[in-house]
Write a protein that binds this ligand. Structure first.
Ligand SMILES: Cc1cc2nc3c(=O)[nH]c(=O)nc-3n(C[C@H](O)[C@H](O)[C@H](O)COP(=O)(O)O)c2cc1C
Length: 197
């Protein structure tokens, strides 16, 4: 059984290009192997920006947390549990204003926790997550892969490496708001069809 965590963050919900293409990937993986899928729609969930108060709640020993701190810590704990219990992360990734959606960044800020998903050592931080594949389906209006304007690829690679994950695949659906978009969309679909775990 392969546990898939399917993370979405399109402002366009189920109509988003990233959502539709990543959904095709999940459906394809389901045909070829036995999978259990947990979906997390970050655009719908609308996590707040991380605050000092929330971080302080994490850092308070569990048996000393007040009820507000218990509630705040639960937000991060539950997202981390979804992450740690998954074998494969399928990430539907729209490009918005040259970056990741702010709702996805709010997720990143909740799942990067010292002592839980990474730890500090004399040689720098070490990721505590292991043995997970990360597949990122990146939908863009323009064409960026391999150029300096692709801030997402480097950022996401660095972030998942930081947590200990280095088996990362990017599938790009680019130029979706440009002439030739249908061919490029079809090329992404073909890549999705060929992807196997
Ligand atoms: C608010 C907003 C910002 C965008 N910024 C960019 C951008 O910086 N670069 C780009 O190539 N496309 C940009 N686009 C186009 C999206 O990347 C494209 O529509 C893609 O399909 C988004 O994924 P989604 O359909 O899953 O939401 C932007 C779209 C929106 C709505």
């Amino acid at each position: 059984m392969n546990n898939i965590l399917f993370i979405k963050s399109s402002l366009n919900g189920e109509q988003g290009n990233s959502t539709i293409l990543a959904q095709e990937l999940v459906a394809n993986l389901s045909v070829n192997s036995e999978v259990k899928v947990v979906e997390r729609d970050l655009a719908e969930q609308g996590l707040e920006h991380l605050t000092q108060i929330e971080m302080a709640a994490w850092m308070t020993p569990a048996n000393e947390r007040n009820s507000a701190q218990v509630k705040l810590t639960h937000i991060s704990d539950s997202l981390i549990e979804e992450l740690t219990t998954s074998d494969t992360l399928v990430i539907a990734m729209p490009m918005y204003n040259y970056g990741v959606p702010s709702t996805f960044k709010a997720w990143v800020d909740r799942v990067a926790r010292a002592g839980v998903t990474f730890r500090y050592t004399e040689n720098g931080p070490v990721g505590l997550l292991k043995n997970k594949k990360v597949v990122i389906v990146a939908a863009r209006g323009g064409i960026h892969a391999g150029t300096v304007s692709d801030s997402q690829t480097q950022y996401l690679t660095s972030f998942f490496n930081f947590l200990g994950l280095d088996d990362i695949t990017f599938i790009y659906a680019e130029g979706l708001n440009m002439p030739g978009n249908e061919e490029r969309y079809a090329a992404a679909q073909a890549e999705i069809k060929n992807y196997s775990l």
